[in-house]
Design a protein around this ligand. Structure first.
Ligand SMILES: NC(=O)c1ccc[n+]([C@@H]2O[C@H](COP(=O)([O-])OP(=O)(O)OC[C@H]3O[C@@H](n4cnc5c(N)ncnc54)[C@H](O)[C@@H]3O)[C@@H](O)[C@H]2O)c1
Ligand SMILES: Nc1nc(=O)c(N)c(NC[C@H](O)[C@H](O)[C@H](O)COP(=O)(O)O)[nH]1
Length: 226
């Protein structure tokens, strides 16, 4: 058993999620950022790849005091469990995700992660070890389910999202398309990695809704062939 997995990503009108130097850019406007806060508050856990932690240093906390109060009233921690997929245990010990806000953190590493890094991270987070060279995403999702996670939000980046699509582990995709053009053939996109080679393998989506937010468009799809 695994949680319901939905990906939320913001991309430019030309399909990029950051600049080619992986510098974070503001793609969402205020309406989309408050929507992101709401769907985060409605999730049991939120997951990112180590590339995103190193590039953006996100805290992944719920920003609205009202939404945090609602979670507390429902008997939950103020913030969802924060999960980093980090095969080689490279999460910096001073990363905001380890220090900002209360609640549980999980760092998922592989068996090749250096033992001293893993021990240092254990001071701040629960460390889950799966996979040989890179984290076994299926096994990680099963472990999150065992820990009570039923609804998991994935916030990127493109490498982790590709890994989840490649293995048929995504149930829903929410893409906000913002009103900027970033350009650059090497700028990250919502699903990077190798990409599917055969049409038969493509993830197939069904449109749930498309709504205007600010000067952009939010599109929600369910994944049909997971
Ligand atoms: N616009 C947005 O909504 C948004 C959101 C998040 C990140 N970003 C951008 O994305 C970029 C970072 O993306 P990225 O692709 O470099 O890194 P990422 O966040 O996707 O992390 C990739 C890492 O995940 C780890 N990983 C471990 N096991 C894996 C597996 N089985 N499959 C896949 N990955 C595995 C690997 O160590 C890999 O290096 C940054 O530029 C950031 O600003 C944008
Ligand atoms: N939805 C969204 N729109 C954007 O325009 C943008 N740049 C991100 N980027 C994702 C980023 O990696 C972090 O998830 C957020 O910046 C949250 O980080 P904080 O919790 O505020 O520290 N996400």
């Amino acid at each position: 058993m695994r949680p319901f997995v939905f990906v939320n990503i913001a991309m430019s009108a030309d399909g990029k999620i950051s600049t080619k130097e992986r510098r974070q850019v503001k793609i969402s406007g205020t309406e989309d950022f408050s929507r992101v806060d709401r769907i985060k508050a409605a999730s049991d856990a939120i997951m990112v790849g180590i590339g995103t932690v190193l590039a953006d240093n996100p805290s992944l906390t719920v920003k609205s005091p009202d939404l945090r109060a609602e979670r507390r009233a429902g008997g939950k921690d103020e913030h969802p469990i924060r999960v980093v997929v980090d095969s080689a245990a490279r999460t910096p010990l001073d990363a905001d995700i380890l220090h900002k806000g209360t609640g549980k953190r999980i760092i998922a590493v592989s068996r090749k992660a250096p033992r001293e890094r893993v021990e240092a991270l254990r001071e701040h987070a629960t460390v889950v070890v799966t996979g040989e060279d890179s984290v076994d995403l299926q096994a990680l999702l099963e472990e999150l389910y065992r820990q009570g996670v039923r609804r998991l939000m994935v916030e990127g980046g493109g490498t982790l999202i590709w890994g989840l699509f490649e293995q048929g582990l995504v149930d829903e995709l929410q893409t906000f398309i913002g009103n900027i053009v970033i350009g650059g053939k090497d700028a990250p996109t919502p699903a990077d990695g190798e990409g599917f080679l055969r049409e038969a393998d493509f993830a197939r989506l069904r449109l749930i809704e498309a709504v205007q937010l600010d000067d952009g468009l939010l599109i929600r799809w369910s994944v049909e062939n997971r």
